[in-house]
Design a protein around this ligand. Structure first.
Ligand SMILES: *[C@@H]1O[C@H](CO)[C@@H](O)[C@H](O)[C@H]1NC(C)=O
Ligand SMILES: *[C@@H]1O[C@H](CO)[C@@H](O)[C@H](O)[C@H]1NC(C)=O
Ligand SMILES: *[C@@H]1O[C@H](CO)[C@@H](O)[C@H](O)[C@H]1NC(C)=O
Ligand SMILES: *[C@@H]1O[C@H](CO)[C@@H](O)[C@H](O)[C@H]1NC(C)=O
Ligand SMILES: *[C@@H]1O[C@H](CO)[C@@H](O)[C@H](O)[C@H]1NC(C)=O
Ligand SMILES: *[C@@H]1O[C@H](CO)[C@@H](O)[C@H](O)[C@H]1NC(C)=O
Ligand SMILES: *[C@@H]1O[C@H](CO)[C@@H](O)[C@H](O)[C@H]1NC(C)=O
Ligand SMILES: *[C@@H]1O[C@H](CO)[C@@H](O)[C@H](O)[C@H]1NC(C)=O
Length: 653
């Protein structure tokens, strides 16, 4: 009995001991331990790093655990003689790691991509190694990082904008590498920052200008902020003589301008950059004129640029006395989605989209990835006040089929408008671009949708906005991804007075505009009618391909229709769609009423819209036509009824 009791006691004790032991074993970070052992076994290292696998990892040199030893929180192996690349799938498994220091080793190659799994990491010290390749993409996923030190390595490529993913960063050390390109704007609230001794160029973003020059020294061509101001080594284009008062003749820069002008003409596509640099140059020159003794201040005041909405009337209420009201003021409209300033536009990469009669349009890609269209107006005749009043009207027009004007800039020498960028391009490009060479033709349903949505936009402009568009043409009808259209470039005629170049509306211009030089609601309707004819015929109104010299699209259509060749006028690309003849004829009739020679005989725009909507309702509500007339959807075997190709006789020109 006693023996039995004793052995029972013994068993209980052993079980207790086992539980105790296994409890201790469980408190060890077993998974982390394996990851660490895998790391060390695959990489050469100094002798003093001897991790005893039968000991708890929490006792190892360089390893720190959390309070109850359930995971590894810190790994510090500075100057531990580590050589070669970090083996993948080792350190990346330390999922609870807070601090990782591998500085002052001989590590090389790229940072493994599985570092992106170290999501709790606060500090990463990899300086003084031989790491190479691009800025490690995995690091931009470590959103809790507060300190990142990649200095004194062999990293190359650009510093990606995605470092802005690291919103908690307070220290960023990238010095002594081979980083190149421009410095991104970094929004994190950094206390320490160093990018010296790289190959960076371009201007220092505002967010980083608080750091001393030694943070930026030794780069290829950084400028601005604590470093010397960026100088326009690209010469500016020749300003038009009317807006360019002769500057102080002893001024050296005025000479540069004119030599520059020649080069500027040669390098057409870099024009956008020139323009923006010109603004900066002019600002610097003005400032120099006002304070001749002092060098231009680094752009501290440019931070005060009005990026808030609705500041267009702020020109008179100058706050802070010394601030100049006109300078660098990009005026945004309410409800806008952008927040950038002229400085950002200066740094944007720009590409010429098109040169029109009122100015040149650029596509500008800002650093943070926003893309906008900047229109640089030339030959504006109105005063600043009139300009601002017109902008106020245009900026308040909000409609899904009107491209919104987001901001404007007015100075004596430059007038800029900022619009949304529409990546799908214009109707003109869609209709006339690379015809025949394997392009998908614009089908009838999409043409109808474009006509309908453009009519909606224009009717809104006329009725709600009380604004004459003045420049309706297919290159100003821009496409949204859903194939609806938006009208752009509206309401600018008042800025140019009667100096509007006569061929501005070539092909779309109503006959009376030639004499009066005034665009009206009715002349917009005429232009819209020409646009409808363009959609129907596939012919560009301003191209001389209409057979006879000097005949415009409406006259050509009228002449063809009068001779009962109606089917001939339609775009050959539309001939593959069945059962659309009726609609095409209806739209043709609407178009013909718009292009009446007598303005009073043209319908109002909202009337045009109603007519288009009426024909739409009759034909597309059944939803069947769309599938039956699309040749790609299995109606190939179906032959069109022979009579559907004969011109209807009821057409009245
Ligand atoms: C590893 O640790 C165990 C027990 O903690 C010890 O007996 C052994 O000697 C150690 N081995 C080395 C190589 O230090
Ligand atoms: C032990 O660690 C786990 C996981 O981190 C945690 O949930 C638990 O509260 C810790 N216990 C103690 C006593 O710290
Ligand atoms: C955690 O590990 C350390 C080092 O091995 C040890 O001193 C400590 O007592 C352990 N703590 C717990 C709660 O197990
Ligand atoms: C991160 O961890 C998850 C699961 O823990 C794993 O499936 C994934 O492959 C890891 N990512 C990388 C880049 O290794
Ligand atoms: C930024 O962080 C988020 C969240 O971790 C991640 O989904 C995203 O991919 C990161 N972006 C980049 C460019 O690393
Ligand atoms: C840095 O990388 C370049 C090429 O990537 C190589 O030629 C150079 O030797 C590397 N320098 C160091 C110190 O590793
Ligand atoms: C900066 O350098 C890159 C090449 O490293 C070059 O393409 C770019 O034009 C330079 N930009 C400026 C503003 O000098
Ligand atoms: C930046 O790094 C360089 C090179 O290591 C150093 O000389 C300079 O003092 C550092 N600047 C700052 C502000 O830390």
């Amino acid at each position: 009995m006693a023996v039995m009791f004793g052995s029972g006691c013994m068993v209980a004790f052993l079980v207790f001991l086992f539980l105790l032991l296994s409890g201790r074993v469980n408190s060890e970070p077993t998974e982390d331990k394996q990851a660490l052992l895998a790391f060390l076994s695959k990489i050469p290292h100094a002798n003093r790093i001897q991790w005893n696998s039968s000991d708890s990892a929490c006792n190892w040199v360089g390893v720190g655990c959390d309070a109850n030893n359930s995971s590894v929180h810190t790994l510090r192996l500075p100057a531990a003689g580590l050589v070669g690349t970090i083996p993948p799938n080792t350190l990346g498994r330390l999922s609870q790691l807070r601090v990782l220091s591998l500085r002052s080793n001989g590590l090389s190659g790229e940072i493994p991509s599985d570092f992106s799994n170290l999501t709790l990491l606060r500090s990463l010290y990899l300086q003084d190694n031989d790491f190479s390749g691009d800025f490690p993409g995995s690091v931009t996923h470590l959103t809790r990082l507060t300190r990142l030190d990649l200095s004194s390595n062999n990293f190359t490529g650009t510093i990606p904008f995605s470092v802005n993913n690291l919103t908690h960063l307070t220290g960023l050390f990238l010095e002594n590498n081979g980083f190149s390109g421009k410095l991104p704007s970094i929004s994190a609230d950094l206390a320490s920052f160093n990018v010296s001794n790289n190959k960076l160029n371009g201007s220092i973003p505002d967010t980083l200008r608080k750091f001393p020059a030694s943070s930026f020294a030794g780069n290829l061509d950084l400028c601005g902020g604590p470093l010397p101001p960026c100088s326009p080594f690209f010469p500016a284009p020749a300003p038009s003589p009317s807006v360019n008062p002769p500057p102080n003749p002893v001024h050296k820069k005025s000479k540069k301008l004119s030599t520059a002008a020649i080069v500027a003409i040669a390098v057409g596509s870099a024009l956008a950059l020139f323009l923006l640099l010109l603004i900066l140059l002019l600002c610097i020159r003005k400032r120099q004129r006002q304070q001749p003794a002092k060098p231009p201040k680094p752009v501290a005041t440019s931070r005060t640029v009005a990026t808030e909405a609705g500041t267009s009337s702020s020109k008179d209420d100058i706050t802070g006395g010394s601030m100049e009201p006109d300078r660098n003021k990009l005026v945004f409209f309410e409800g806008g989605i952008y927040s950038f300033d002229l400085e950002d536009l200066l740094r944007a990469s720009a590409e010429v989209l098109g040169k029109g009669s009122v100015g040149t349009s650029y596509k500008a890609v800002l650093e943070e990835g926003t893309t906008v269209v900047v229109k640089r107006l030339k030959d504006v005749v109105v005063s600043k006040k009139e300009f601002e009043m017109q902008m106020e009207v245009l900026g308040n027009i909000k409609h899904e089929n009107v491209v919104p004007l987001r901001a404007f800039y007015y100075s004596k020498d430059e007038k800029l408008l900022v619009f949304d960028f529409m990546p799908a391009g214009s109707l003109s490009a869609l209709l006339h671009g690379s015809r025949g060479s394997g392009r998908t033709p614009l089908d009838w349903d999409n043409r109808m949708r474009i006509a309908h949505s453009a009519a909606r936009g224009l009717a809104h402009l006329h009725v709600a906005g009380k604004v004459v568009h003045g420049n309706i043409k297919s290159s100003n009808i821009l496409l949204r991804p859903d194939h609806e259209s938006c009208i752009s470039d509206f309401g600018l005629n008042p800025l140019f007075g009667t100096s509007t170049p006569p061929n501005r509306l070539a092909g779309y211009r109503a006959p009376e505009v030639v004499e009066t030089r005034k665009v009206t609601f009715k002349s917009d309707v005429y232009s819209f009618g020409v646009l409808l004819l363009e959609l129907l015929t596939g012919k560009a109104p301003n191209q001389a391909s209409l057979g006879e010299e000097g005949i415009d699209l409406p006259r050509w259509v009228q002449s063809v229709v009068r001779e009962e060749w109606t089917a001939e006028v339609f775009d050959v690309e539309l001939m593959r769609y069945h059962n659309i003849e009726e609609e095409m004829v209806q739209l043709l009739q609407i178009a013909m009423s718009c292009v009446s020679t007598v303005p009073d005989q043209r319908p109002a725009m909202q009337e045009v819209l109603r007519m288009i909507e009426d024909m739409n309702r009759g034909e597309t509500d059944d939803g069947l036509r769309q599938s039956s007339d699309d040749p790609s959807k299995g109606s190939d075997g179906q032959t069109p009824p022979a009579e559907s190709r004969t011109p209807p006789s009821a057409l009245t020109p």
